[in-house]
Design a protein. Sequence first.
Length: 162
Amino acid sequence: MEVWASMGPQAPDYDKWGKTLTSTFKDKMFPESDDQSGLVYLLVKEKDKWAEKIYLESQYYFEGRHAEKVSESYAEQREPYLKKAGNGRYSWRRPFITHFTGCQPCSGKHNQMYAGESCWNSMQKALNFADNQVLRNFGFVHPDLLDSSTVTPLPLITLPKG
């Protein structure tokens, strides 16, 4: 973790790592160091040292790109199917991690394939969706995933007797 973290923005060698990763991976779009490129670099350049210490999960669908995972149609369709959703790549269940590769909210240099506003809205939806997972335990919910400030009580449900 220390070696990988030394490539991050808080580290003194951040700019050096950006140049190293960009020169190593010719198709890297942004000059800054990032966690994904850093991990791949360690696996490619120092395989003998790190390969046995890094586990790459491949049996569970942990991640998905924001544009495919945070959408109105997904939100409308998810609830009825969650009980039968499963955890596979093509299931309706939201993955454990939704990544926003190319959004670059800090630098503002987002991938031109999608608008910066689309990235921002998708991040807000993903965060409020996650927030709802906690809020529901306390009887509340964000009714609109694009509105972080509004929280309403869940309706009371009367269970059948017996």
